[in-house]
Design a protein. Sequence first.
Length: 259
Amino acid sequence: MRIARFTLGEDPAYGVVEQEGDDLVVAQIGGDPIYQQIAFTGQRYPLDDVRLLSPVIPRSKVIGIGRNYADHAKEMGNELPTEPLMFMVPNTAVSGPGDPVPMLATSSNIHYEGELAVVIGKMVRAVEPELALATVFGYTCANDVTARDLQKSDGQWSRAKGFDGSKPLGPWIETDLDPSNLRVQTRLDGETVQDGSTKDLIFDVATLISYVSQSFTLLPGDVILTGTPAGVGQVQEGQRVEVEVEGIGTLSNPFVRAR
């Protein structure tokens, strides 16, 4: 099931994205499906007539995982981590599909990083790996946009990865998905620049959820970014980045210079 958050120009609403003939429609549901049973309102809208928003705004936190693909660690000149490398970003960093990503004015080296994102559906603390996937609400695409120069100069990643609008998510949440072998692609102005698979994650999704939950209680709506494959690179003002994850869809965002 594909769960979208959308607007028709008024308050945000939730819906299920369904195929109707050759077209996609959004069947509106009442309330937030992470917290409530899905109940259809009877309202249906062509997907092209709505504005998609980030499918989730984490009420608590976004946890990123660094260097979780061996090829990416190598291209950045880093050793492979012996345990997941975590960082936290505020929920104000989250933006949605189509939203312009504001390139931080204090940075001259903004990078794209296409990733699979995990949306937590249940409160969980210190869960064992074999039970971890049962806590997942679903999966979406993410772009872990990074100010690479600030990441290097600061020595920690809060500013480089947590600035406003730097974590686009979308286009929707897919609730029925096996995350073990999904193709992850990133395109810069239509040209493929990243092409990897979650089968190459150093630490798989279940391991990540378990590991993160040892330190932080995970709440419904929290998001875990699972890491990016090789091929990260700089994006310029006016360019568009698309992140496509197999079984989910494509997240697309233009980049603009913040004023």
